[in-house]
Ligand binder design. Sequence first.
Ligand code: AQP
Length: 338
Amino acid sequence: MPKFTPRVFSGIQPSGGLTLGNYLGAIKRFVEMQDAGTHETVYCMVDLHAITAELAQPEKLAHNTRELCAGFIASGIDPEKSILINQSQVPEHAQLAWIFNCVARMGWMQRMTQFKDKAGKHAQNASLGLFAYPALMAADILIYHATHVPVGEDQKQHLELTRDIAIKFNHDFGVDFFPETEPVIEGAATRVMSLRDGSKKMSKSDPSDMSRINMTDDADAIAAKIRKARTDPEPLPSDMDGLTDRPEARNLVNIYAALAEITPDAVLSDHGGKGFGDFKPALADLAVARLGPIGSEMSRLMDDQPEIDRILARGAERAREITAPILKRTYDIVGMVG
Ligand code: AQP
């Protein structure tokens, strides 16, 4: 008998509209892991994380949280099969995070590249929450004793920190209480790049809307963004080795592969030798066929916000059946009376 129930946890910030990067790097994998039926699955809108970058925007946060919930469901997350929650409705996440703030070392946190990227040159002005973000993320995962976390490649370092926190806690208290969670970083699109700059990740918060495909974009917007995506003048090669120094071309091939559920090499065996004048329309057709129905379902779900709120309230109730006892045991281990 394994010590820990096979359980998947992952989350997405309601810090803007969902992008194709979030979909291919995260949500599509969430659905596959849910449907595989091998693990319990818990998926989360991490609103406490979203406020680390931008706080005083209450209407926007509430809208983004409900829209993200609609995006999860429209993409195939079934709130009966998976536990679907909004982070702040399950208070044990933040309660465990405080303990982990006292486990994690300053030196560990200072090495986090996402903080450096997001705080940029203005680190002194960044919120304390942005600095502590990875400790809250560790709590999100470990409050479920999650064994697996599907994420995009950018989250690899945070997953390593989660393991370090679990190991230190277990070691310091002489227990075997938190699991060493495994990241699941798989597929052709674990790092979808900006359509305007092949060296930058596609991101919700990029100031240029042309850099990303939003899951709510209509067919014309998707086609226009792909048509205008930055590329080079060379035709596509016949294998992936030919894309080594061509990040923008490689990005479009990877996106095609992930959407078509084939390998990048299979894309090149069909399209090798073609220029972007031929390849981009084929990619646009595929993207519209795959994403269009999700976008329409999202807007249909958004018309019934009370139903979204009911789904989240029910998800929080189910989640707390797992998180409350784990927090209680953590408090007992730490020596908190009560
Ligand atoms: N471009 C991407 N390619 C592959 N996976 C991606 N993810 C995000 N962007 C890409 C994955 O989506 C999940 C949720 O990410 P998040 O919203 O929690 O935070 P993020 O990684 O910071 O995403 P964004 O879009 O860049 O948000 P902002 O702009 O607010 O910072 C994670 O599993 C992530 O790997």
